[in-house]
Design a protein around this ligand. Structure first.
Ligand code: RTP
Length: 148
């Protein structure tokens, strides 16, 4: 089954949105496989966003990610990478539809609350980076009520 990496960024934690965000993924029917509250070092944040290192906003993005604790999660389910991105909404909250997390709770691109892997391959890399000791292997008793 497909997995994705979801991170609630420092603004989402500070604004008390952790429960709301987890609730949206749970209610959808996805399964939580990994969860931790963690403050990351600069080098770790730079590694996570290494593909964006040439962007003009890179230093500000790293400062933002290390400015407070984040919630790192692994969610599992059918098509969870693409569907997770839909639940999160467009990168710039000005373009995120109401009903999405960013559309409902964020205003500016540099404070957009949440990260979600953009592809199955990047999810695999990000899960390995953030959960080097692996995740929890379990299955919800509701599985047969969510999948045919
Ligand atoms: P994320 O990785 O956080 O899920 O975001 P994304 O794929 O939707 O967007 P991406 O282009 O990968 O950008 C990563 C994060 O960098 C910040 N950003 N700031 N100031 C700017 O123009 C700008 N552009 C991007 C955002 O926090 C974005 O989520």
């Amino acid at each position: 089954m497909e997995q994705t990496f979801i991170m609630i960024k420092p603004d989402g934690v500070q604004r008390g949105l952790v429960g709301e965000i987890i609730s949206r993924f749970e209610k959808k029917g996805f399964s939580l496989k990994g969860l931790k509250l963690i403050s990351v070092e600069r080098a770790f944040a730079e590694k996570h966003y290494e593909d964006l290192s040439a962007k003009p906003f890179f230093n500000g993005l790293v400062e933002y990610i290390i400015s407070g604790p984040v919630v790192a999660m692994v969610w599992e389910g059918k098509n969870v990478v693409a569907t997770g991105r839909k639940i999160i909404g467009a990168t710039n909250p000005s373009d995120s539809a109401p009903g999405t997390i960013r559309g409902d709770y964020a205003v500016e691109i540099g404070r957009n609350i949440i990260h979600g892997s953009d592809a199955v391959e990047s999810a695999r890399k990000e899960i390995a980076l953030w959960f080097p000791d692996g995740t929890v292997n379990w299955q919800s008793s509701l599985h047969s009520w969510i999948y045919e």
